[in-house]
Design a protein around this ligand. Structure first.
Ligand code: AMP
Ligand code: ZN
Ligand code: FE
Ligand code: FE
Length: 278
């Protein structure tokens, strides 16, 4: 049977893996398809597709957008968007620019807390990718401000911690609406990581089509809980590892996989959305 991992990052956001490494790893794990879901960027999709064609791994275009509420940081995955649309890429470039400013602000806050660190240390780690807090945490580890990566989030830059700075503050309507207008299928990422089920009805009202029920950080009882919510609301149940290469220590790719039939369902849903919204 053919399987897919529907949540994979590359070095076009905060994974350490190049397209070559991601696709070779997927091939090695016996996956038939992977979705490239970088934060606020689709730049990794085309390079992965070129290598995917050579190695026989299907590359599904994806993305991971951030929605911010006063008390929650919600990630929305998109699948099968038409990522070649000019207005869409323009919007992504604006978000990427705002992320650079955000890193400068978080570094200033960390400096005030006594941590010696320069924004350029962070940008060096991000390379050509969308810069984010995982790069910041890695830089903090490198310059000796913290002892282990998780301490960066738990003490300084986790959501609402003292040195946290908000993202561009996309509303659910904006993020989900953007995806729908590109023909993308909007899916709520790792709901248990967000931990705010109370926002699910609003997301559904905005046009959410699926929930990432299967995820590296979802234990069996959590999976059962979200399977039920998905069933009750007629939502697709997706899954992926959320692999960041070595960015979070261990290579997670292929650790969570779904049957390929789900890829066909997402593709069909994207077709439906294209008829409805374009
Ligand atoms: P950003 O897009 O800049 O907000 O950063 C998101 C990245 O930071 C993702 O890779 C998350 O998995 C990671 N991250 C966010 N919060 C935490 C946390 N509390 N613990 C560990 N990683 C986190
Ligand atoms: Zn990430
Ligand atoms: Fe996420
Ligand atoms: Fe992710």
């Amino acid at each position: 049977m053919k399987y897919a991992d529907l949540h994979v990052h590359t070095f076009y956001s905060d994974s350490t893996f190049s397209p070559e490494e991601v696709v070779a790893c997927a091939k090695d794990k016996g996956l038939g398809a992977i979705a490239i879901c970088d934060h606020d960027s689709t730049d990794g999709v085309e390079p992965c597709r070129i290598i995917g064609k050579m190695l026989g791994v299907e590359i599904i275009p994806g993305i991971e957008l951030t929605v911010e509420k006063a008390d929650a940081d919600i990630h929305i995955l998109g699948y099968f968007m038409d990522y070649t649309l000019g207005w869409f890429q323009k919007q992504l470039r604006q978000i990427q620019k705002a992320r650079v400013t955000r890193i400068h602000r978080m570094v200033e806050k960390l400096n005030h807390e006594g941590l010696k660190l320069k924004a350029d240390d962070v940008f060096a780690l991000a390379g050509k990718g969308t810069v984010g807090r995982l790069h910041l945490a890695q830089a903090m580890l490198k310059t000796g401000g913290i002892k282990k990566l998780q301490d960066a989030f738990d003490t300084y830059i986790g959501f609402m911690k003292p040195c946290y700075v908000a993202n561009i503050r996309f509303t659910p309507q904006e993020a989900i609406g953007t995806l729908l207008r590109t023909g993308g299928v909007p899916v709520l990422a790792h709901p248990n990581v967000t931990g705010k089920d109370e926002y699910i009805p609003e997301l559904i009202a905005c046009g959410l089509r699926g929930i990432e029920v299967y995820h590296t950080d979802h234990r069996p009882s959590v999976v059962a809980h979200y399977e039920q919510i998905a069933r009750e609301n007629n939502l697709l149940m997706t899954g992926g590892s959320d692999c960041h290469g070595l960015g979070k220590g261990r290579v997670l790719l292929g650790g969570v996989r779904v049957p390929y039939s789900l890829v066909e369902k997402l593709r069909a849903e994207s077709e439906k959305i294209r008829h409805e919204y374009r």
